[in-house]
Design a protein around this ligand. Structure first.
Ligand code: CA
Length: 175
């Protein structure tokens, strides 16, 4: 094999490596799929009193939690949470964020976007109905599903949640 052919082969190899690397870089994170069987239990919490925060950081939304138990000795359960609320986000900058945690394990429910999920954005659009949905497969034992709200720009951002519903559905045999 001549030196020229070797060089050509090496260039082709390099081109292939670059092409593969480009595809890897361009690929989005894979979506996650979880499944569960029959409904085991649903817990629904509602509130008509408003809560407001202008603290920079997360704050637990008062009363927006559900204490649930995945039966000991059984399989994990798929836990699906729907949260809807009247939302008002004003002043300052950044976003008004909501996340849902299992406080018992310290795990954020999926998609675990943390501060990257904007439930609302500061503007003069006043009150509106907004919603989110989260999922987690939980092991046997007690769990506390808790809603947190906040903003991460400055104290000039005010975030109010009102007239909310927290619905926590447990499904048997979560995977
Ligand atoms: Ca808004």
């Amino acid at each position: 094999m001549t030196k020229e052919i070797n060089t050509m082969l090496n260039l082709k190899k390099l081109a292939l490596i670059v092409a593969v690397a480009s595809v890897i870089v361009a690929m989005p994170l894979a979506a996650e799929t979880h499944t569960g069987g029959a409904v085991y239990k649903i817990t629904v919490v509602t509130q008509t009193a408003a809560s407001t925060t202008n603290v920079v950081g997360w704050k637990s939304l008062t009363g927006a939690f559900a204490n649930i138990t995945v039966p000991a000795g059984g399989p994990p359960q798929l836990v699906n949470v729907r949260f809807s609320a009247e939302s008002y986000c004003t002043g300052g900058g950044g976003w008004c964020q909501v996340k849902i945690m299992d406080d018992a394990t310290g795990m954020e429910m999926k998609p675990a976007a943390n501060t990257n999920f904007a439930f609302d954005t500061p503007s003069s659009d006043l009150y509106e109905g907004n919603a989110m949905e989260r999922t987690l497969v939980l092991d046997p034992g007690p769990h506390t599903i808790q809603v947190y709200f906040g903003s991460f720009s400055d104290a000039a951002t005010f975030f109010t949640l009102d007239d909310w519903t927290l619905a926590v559905t447990q499904y048997k045999n979560g995977i």
